[in-house]
Design a protein around this ligand. Structure first.
Ligand code: PLP
Length: 372
């Protein structure tokens, strides 16, 4: 049995250190905003090369909070991809703003800057919604086309929020993800590249004023003292215990990213004659949250998935329904056929087991079943 993501192997490797850090929290008893939060935030900001790292309760809240700080609401358009996890567009709608989708590139599964600019121009000329922000998603761990996206943002005076929930540890033109836009959000959900043992996330920015607002929003919009509230906020703190768990994981994270690169290279070597293996442009690296291949059509994909399942190999389909076809967004008025690349890929894609502790022999076994 090969696990889709092997959290137990990582725990066994780090067991004494994780247990020691948990014990430390139990002893000092500062479960809310304890000293491990500050320690982790300093290490995260150093890792990403960004001035401020602000931990919070989830990757979803990490997306919501910058939009709140920017005052995004009814009448505003926020541009994003329909080929992502629901949270990316959910937070836009939650604030009463309108998600406006642009289709993805067939080769990287990330938002297509050429389509994005057309849609921004269209929304602007229609004048019904005010273009405010772009949320590119670094899907499966691969950074989106930030140079092109940031150029569009500059031209149309838009803010950019990088959804790096899947890409912590990846890089773009020598810079780490979470440093590629006005602000960035990541997730510490257990299955993400850097995962804790519960829900969690972080926001990154070089903007001092935004960082202050985010720290206030995180704790009920608090001002300079606990019982002064200067804005409407959330209870969106990260648990001290989870910070204590992440610290030893962050210490070996670069090594784990290297191990993911090796596993991905091995998969690509073994599968190059079967299915379409992932394309990583030369100017960036992936954090390999997922290793996803494309088949000819849904019947081939489904048959291979079933065959793997029968042999005890778990796989996953990210994402079977693009967001413009989700019932939650039916009021946006999109129709089947609006985003043909996303729709087509959702039928052909399959994600294979991927984690830093995957062995060559396991990859060979999986590839043999697929190529048989
Ligand atoms: C996981 C994920 C999120 C949400 O993170 P949570 O920590 O689960 O709230 C947002 N965007 C993308 C692309 C994700 O994969």
């Amino acid at each position: 049995m090969i696990p889709f993501i092997d959290l137990k192997k990582q725990y066994k490797r780090l067991e004494p250190e994780i247990n020691r850090r948990i014990q430390g929290v139990l002893e000092h008893g500062r479960f809310i905003m304890g000293p491990e939060i500050d320690e982790l935030e300093q290490q995260l900001s150093r890792f990403a090369g960004v001035k401020h790292a602000i931990t919070c309760s989830s990757g979803t809240d990490a997306l919501l909070m910058p939009l709140m700080a920017w005052g995004i609401g009814p009448g505003d358009a926020v541009f994003t991809t329909p080929f992502t996890f629901i949270a990316t567009a959910e937070v836009i709608r939650l604030l009463g703003a309108t998600p406006v989708f642009a289709d993805i590139r067939e080769d990287t599964f990330n938002i297509d800057a050429k389509k994005l600019i057309k849609i921004v121009e269209q929304v602007k000329s229609q004048g019904r919604l005010k273009p405010k922000a772009i949320i590119p998603v670094d899907l499966f761990g691969l950074p989106a086309d930030y140079d092109e996206i940031n150029d569009i943002a500059e031209e149309f005076d838009l803010l950019v929020l990088e959804d790096a929930a899947q890409s912590f540890g990846a890089s773009y033109k020598g810079k780490k993800t979470c440093s590629l836009a006005h602000a960035a959000s990541t997730s510490f959900f257990p299955a993400k590249p850097l995962g804790c043992y519960g829900d969690g996330g972080a926001i990154f920015t070089n903007d001092d004023e935004l960082a202050d607002k985010l720290r206030s929003i995180r704790i009920h919009g608090q001002g300079s003292d606990k019982y002064e509230n200067i804005r409407i906020g959330l209870n969106a703190r990260f648990d001290t215990l989870q910070a204590a768990i992440l610290l030893p994981k962050l210490a070996i994270f670069e090594e784990e990213i290297d191990a993911r690169q090796k596993a991905a290279a091995k998969y690509t070597q073994a599968l190059k004659n079967r299915g379409k293996t992932p394309h990583v442009p030369e100017d960036r690296t992936s954090a390999w949250a997922q290793y996803s291949i494309l088949f000819k059509d849904s019947s081939e994909r489904n048959a291979i998935q079933k065959n793997l399942q029968n042999k005890g190999i778990p796989t996953a389909i990210y994402y079977p329904v693009p967001l413009h076809m989700q019932q939650a967004f039916s009021d946006l008025g999109y129709e089947l056929g609006d985003f043909p690349i996303s729709e087509g890929i959702s039928k052909r894609i399959l994600s294979l087991p991927m984690h830093p502790y995957l062995e060559d022999a396991q990859i060979e076994q999986i590839a043999e079943i697929i190529t048989a």
